[in-house]
Design a protein around this ligand. Structure first.
Ligand SMILES: [Zn+2]
Length: 426
């Protein structure tokens, strides 16, 4: 008999959708069918059973800022959101720019509630000058390199990084922000920044770097992934680059298709992010990019901060908001009228799994022989976001009090439940 059976759900995977029970043993799916029996039964009636989600953009804060998050607490938040793997961003203290720090992160990720995929910094200290030992980091399994939190400003350094990346077969990911245009700013430059009297960052601060990196990708042949695209101009640049056949991919963070710069009108630092919340026209363009496939993945940019840090004045507060536990529900609630569930799951699961270089074990079809890395969610359940009810060590969610549709019920990592009925198990 199987160790575990997920009973009564509807599968959505890259091959389509159909109703079936799923039997699991030794970490893998062993059988599909009706009325399957096992030692343990997880109820999935009314639920979707899909490959687990993969987040391309998670800040776990460890090492260095464990009061805000740890690899363990972040992984529990991820599991509650249906994620079975997350790419840990490199802006830790110290940065993930050496084999020793990357090895430490991977070691700390052993046995937590989701697989921790380490990114590597492109440059030493994320300072944009000297390349990190990319080959050594790639040998440790690093597939994605980024200086996230900042973009690589120097054109020649970025060109060299791309040449190495191409040789190593890894992907460069970029936080696009030209600092000479963004220095001293704390929100999007537009009608709202004028009205609020806060220094604004123009959309061009992002778009100039997107444009440069597309050009450098053409020059070097390297794969480039654009992180948290936030402006209509960026979406259009990526659309054109893809039409030319360049190896370019992109993600959108949940807040960039759900919130606008008007939210900053409250001066509440919970709405401060990098890149900033943009205009309603930009939000519409990001949504259109998700709908037509220009944007390949939904990412969270999960960025925990202690309340002490986040409750400073708007211009002084650190940027970032939580994202792992609300991503699926925000996608269903805000995009459900434009995207069917299959498309939403693709954006959260198999498309990011490919970009992360983890498509051999995540985002797989739910079929016999495949890894049992799975999410089970109720697409119609409604719930109200309560910052106190999070597995994260931090509380900085801008969605507090919002009622959302779609809730993760169970999550399985290699056949072991990490979440049962919404509660974490480890
Ligand atoms: Zn970033």
């Amino acid at each position: 008999m199987a160790e575990l059976v997920i009973r009564g759900g509807t599968i959505i995977d890259p091959n389509g959708s159909h109703e079936t029970d799923v039997a699991i043993a030794d970490g893998r799916v062993v059988e599909l069918g009706t009325d399957l029996d096992g030692d343990r039964i997880l109820d999935a009636s009314g639920c979707i059973v899909s490959p687990g989600f993969v987040d391309l953009h998670t800040h776990l804060r460890q090492p260095g800022r464990e009061e805000a998050e740890t690899i363990g607490s972040g992984a529990r938040a991820a599991a509650r959101g249906g994620f079975t793997a997350v790419v840990a961003m490199p802006n830790t203290t110290p940065a993930m720019d050496s084999a020793s720090v990357v090895a430490e992160v991977l070691e700390l990720g052993n046995g937590v509630s989701c697989e921790i995929l380490a990114s590597g910094a492109i440059t030493v200290g994320r300072e944009g000058e000297q390349l990190s030992p990319m080959g050594e980091l790639a040998d440790l399994g690093v597939n994605i390199f980024t200086d996230d939190g900042t973009g690589v400003q120097d054109d020649a350094v970025m060109r060299r990084a791309m040449e190495y990346a191409r040789g190593l077969g890894v992907t460069l990911a970029q936080h696009c922000e030209v600092t000479s245009l963004s220095a001293g700013t704390c929100m999007h430059e537009g009608e709202w920044s004028t009205r609020l009297g806060l220094p604004g960052q123009p959309a061009e601060a992002e778009e100039l770097m997107v444009s440069r990196d597309i050009a450098l990708s053409g020059l070097t042949g390297a794969r480039i992934h654009f992180q948290h695209l936030s402006t209509g101009g960026s979406v259009e640049l990526v659309r054109a680059a893809k039409a030319q056949g360049l190896p370019v991919t992109a993600e959108a963070a949940t807040h960039h298709f759900t919130l606008t710069d008007a939210c900053v009108g409250s001066y509440d630092p919970v709405f401060k992010v990098h890149p900033p919340l943009r205009s309603s026209a930009d939000v519409a363009a990001v949504r259109a990019g998700l709908v037509d496939g220009t944007i390949d993945a939904i990412a969270t940019d999960h960025a925990p901060h202690t309340s002490q840090d986040k409750e400073r004045p708007f211009d002084a507060a650190p940027p970032g908001m939580l994202g792992l536990e609300t991503a699926l529900a925000l996608a269903i609630t805000e995009l459900g009228d434009q995207l069917d569930l299959d498309h939403i799951v693709a954006l959260l699961s198999w498309r990011p799994a490919v970009i992360a270089g983890a498509a051999d074990r995540h985002g797989r079809p739910v079929a016999p022989g495949e890894p049992a890395n799975l999410a089970v969610f109720d697409p119609t359940a409604t719930w109200t976001v309560d910052p106190a009810d999070t597995a994260s060590r931090s509380r900085n969610t801008p969605y507090a009090g919002r009622t959302l549709t779609g809730r993760v019920r169970h999550t399985l990592l290699w056949g072991q439940p990490t979440v049962i009925d919404g509660a974490t198990t480890r």
